[in-house]
Design a protein around this ligand. Sequence first.
Ligand code: ISE
Length: 328
Amino acid sequence: MGADHAERVAHRVSGARLVAVSDADAARAGDLAARFPGVRAVTDPLALVADDDVDAVVVASPGAAHEEQVLACLEAGKHVLCEKPLTMDGESSLRVVRAERAAGRPLVQLGFMRRFDPEYARLKAVLDSGRLGRMLLLHNTHRNKSVPDTFRSEMIVRDSLVHEVDVARFLFGEEITEVTVYSPAPTSAAAEGVVDPQVSVFRMQGGAVVTNEVFVTNQVGYEVRCEAVCERGSAMAGRPWADLYTTVAADDGEGLWGGGVPADFLGRFARAYDLELQAWADASRRGEVVGPTTWDGYAATVVCEAGMRSLTTGEPASVTLVDPGPAS
Ligand code: ISE
């Protein structure tokens, strides 16, 4: 993800210049930097944050490193785009929310890129227009072709379902109050002991219900869909034929329709990432933050914690958000 963002900042985001990259693996950082003339590889990420040439930082390190790196950006007064999850647990996410408030101005945008995807953005606009009436149900499908064996059941909640958590909060404009995660019999393609697929249910503050299928070893490709069911109609983002509807003649005389399935999220959400980074760069230059905030990151982390509890018990787990207190 970090390499993808580096490429984007270097070649596709206007008004931004890639200055330096950092990775725990120095050789990897060196290889990445070598792709961009004049870009430095820095071993210590905190040195990169402190560097006077650096105005703004994209944090795409593993989630466990986020708290320290985002706090360093806040300390240095630098704008930051932090990939999801904000941090690994609710307490540390709340520390980041509070540190940002103490810094006196918003500096952090969370990397929930689906909000920038043109289809999701249109879905949000249609729902907000009121044309379909009140939203009653939301059905999410989230499938990945494959994941490494190190991607355990909890990561399906924390790293994958976290997107549906944000989508539900974004589209409803309210908080999730309860999560239940069901564990169907796993696919034979899942790594030993991993619960995949997972089906989960969110209850929203206003009483609506959200269903989610997350299936990270589907063997086919990246399929992300979202259907909102409202009182006077429904709307769907991510229809498989949304991009290109093709028909072909078949040998037996019947016509066929078909299309491709993108291999992964880098392809499916390429446009969303472009728009996300451009919006971030533009807002940072104005000294503002647009899109998902640290509060969104905190709320998503707490919902995922509840999801991980439910994953182990099979019971509904309630979500309690703590008021971070006033901005200084
Ligand atoms: C990955 O980290 C992402 O953020 C992708 O959008 C998601 O589809 C995938 O399941 C995650 O592992």
